[in-house]
Design a binder for this molecule. Structure first.
Ligand code: CTP
Ligand code: ZN
Length: 154
C-alpha cells in the first residue's frame, strides 16, 4: 500500500500559528517580516484539510517567539488563528487571537486628508465593521479600509 499522507514534522521549540484561513499564510509570514533567508526551520502549509474549517493554513517557525504587536497584526489578517507556543516538543501555551472592536495605533488611515495623518497629535483609530471580509472604518474621517489596504499598511 502506498502511504497517502506525509505528516509535517513537529517542531522542538518555537511557534505554530494554526487555523489561519485558507490562502492567508503568506500574509501572516509577511507580517512577521520573514524572508525565508533566516537560518530557521519553517513550514508553511496552505489549504490543508481542517476539522474546524474546510481548509486551513499553518505556519510553523522553529526558535521564534511572537510579541504582542505581531499577535495583534496577525489578528487583522487571520482572525481565527490559534497561536501555539512549543517547548521541548510540547504545546505549553495556546492562545486564540482575537480582533478587538476598536483598533488604535497599529494602522494608518489611507485617506491623506485624514486628521490622523496631519501634524495634529491624533492616534489612528478604526472600528471593525466586519472581520471576514475585513472592513475597518476610520474614527476621524469615516474612510473604509479593506483587507488590501490593511495589508499594505502592516
Ligand atoms: N505542533 C508542532 N510541533 C509540536 C507540537 C505541536 O508543530 N511539537 C503543531 C501541531 O501540528 C498542530 C499545532 O501545533 O498544528 C497544535 O498542536 P495540538 O494542540 O497538539 O493540536 P490540536 O489539538 O489539533 O490543536 P487545536 O485543538 O488547537 O486544533
Ligand atoms: Zn481617516
Amino acid at each position: 500500500m502506498v502511504e497517502k499522507e506525509l505528516r509535517v514534522s513537529k517542531i522542538k521549540d518555537g511557534t505554530v500559528i494554526d487555523h489561519i484561513s485558507g490562502g492567508y499564510a503568506l500574509d501572516v509570514v509577511k507580517i512577521l517580516g520573514i524572508t525565508g533567508r533566516e537560518k530557521r526551520v519553517m513550514t508553511i502549509a496552505i489549504n490543508v484539510p481542517s476539522k474546524r474549517f474546510k481548509v486551513k493554513d499553518i505556519v510553523k517557525i522553529e526558535g521564534r517567539a511572537l510579541n504582542t504587536e505581531e499577535v495583534n497584526k496577525i489578528a487583522l489578517v487571520a482572525p481565527h488563528a490559534t497561536i501555539n507556543i512549543i517547548r521541548d516538543y510540547c504545546v505549553v501555551e495556546k492562545l486564540e487571537v482575537k480582533l478587538p472592536k476598536v483598533i488604535e495605533g497599529i494602522l494608518k488611515c489611507v485617506n491623506p486628508a485624514c486628521i490622523s495623518n496631519s501634524n495634529e497629535p491624533a492616534v489612528s483609530k478604526f472600528y471593525v465593521q466586519s472581520e471576514e471580509p475585513l472592513l475597518l472604518k476610520c474614527h476621524y474621517c469615516g474612510y473604509l479600509l479593506e483587507r488590501a489596504d490593511v495589508l499594505q499598511n502592516l
